[in-house]
Design a protein around this ligand. Structure first.
Ligand code: SF4
Length: 227
């Protein structure tokens, strides 16, 4: 946080990207968002961590159902002050309010090895050109619906935000739904109840550090009102 303050004081535009894992306290994250906005961060990104098969600590990765539950708790009843550097329909996706399929080629990765197949999270080979990437990758092998275990719990930006952006700009309906999502604070009494549930510790050799010790317990919402 001190680094962010120094960057803002130095005149830089600062945006953040917060990746969350199982055991994250939604109240802590909400407090963190408040702090980021207070210190002058321009906008925030947030997403569940991808389940890397080779990561030594597998217990902290979120399954899809737990991701939706966590993001419903965090992003419902949201503050007017929170500004997101994300497609707002993607935020609805991680909250479990809509379903999108993976569009891995929307955010391709290029490195000294070439165009990575099929996305930056997986390494199933490389192509010399983007066209070759598109033509030589069997895209039916990827995405949650494919049955590929590597994609089973994925809800990350690189696969799904491109889909959300495409939906936004693909029709007037998409544009209208995005505009509504940007103004919606998602009042949700059930999500408030989730904020009052004790956070279950995830047992692992790497204890999870909560990013903000300030626990928010005074959020209330009434039908038809915005917090
Ligand atoms: S679901 Fe899409 S973005 Fe996620 S790992 Fe699979 S191909 Fe990559």
């Amino acid at each position: 946080m001190e680094g962010i303050k120094a960057a803002v004081a130095g005149g830089f535009r600062v945006t953040t990207n917060t990746t969350l894992f199982d055991g994250a306290d939604p109240n802590s994250v909400r407090g963190h968002f408040d702090d980021l906005m207070t210190v002058g961060v321009e906008a925030m990104m947030v997403a569940p961590g991808y389940t890397y098969e080779k990561a030594p600590d597998q217990k902290h990765f979120l399954g899809r159902a737990r991701s939706r539950r966590l993001f419903r708790a965090i992003l419902s009843n949201r503050k007017k002050s929170w500004k997101f550097n994300a497609n707002y329909l993607y935020l609805e996706f991680i909250m479990g309010k809509r379903d999108f399929k993976c569009t891995a080629w929307a955010m391709p990765t290029f490195s000294i090895f070439g165009w990575q197949k099929p996305c930056y999270l997986l390494q199933d080979g490389y192509a010399d050109t983007f066209q070759e990437l598109i033509d030589s990758t069997d895209w039916s092998n990827y995405g949650t619906e494919s049955g590929n275990p590597k994609c089973a719990n994925c809800m990350v930006h690189s696969g799904y935000e491109g889909t959300a952006v495409n939906y936004t700009f693909g029709s007037l309906k998409g544009l209208w739904e995005t505009a509504k999502a940007m103004m919606n604070l998602y009042p949700d009494k059930g999500a408030l109840d989730l904020l009052h549930e004790p956070v279950k510790p995830v047992h692992s050799f790497n204890p999870l550090v909560q990013i903000n010790a300030q626990i928010e317990t005074h959020v209330t919402v009434e039908e038809g009102t915005r917090v």
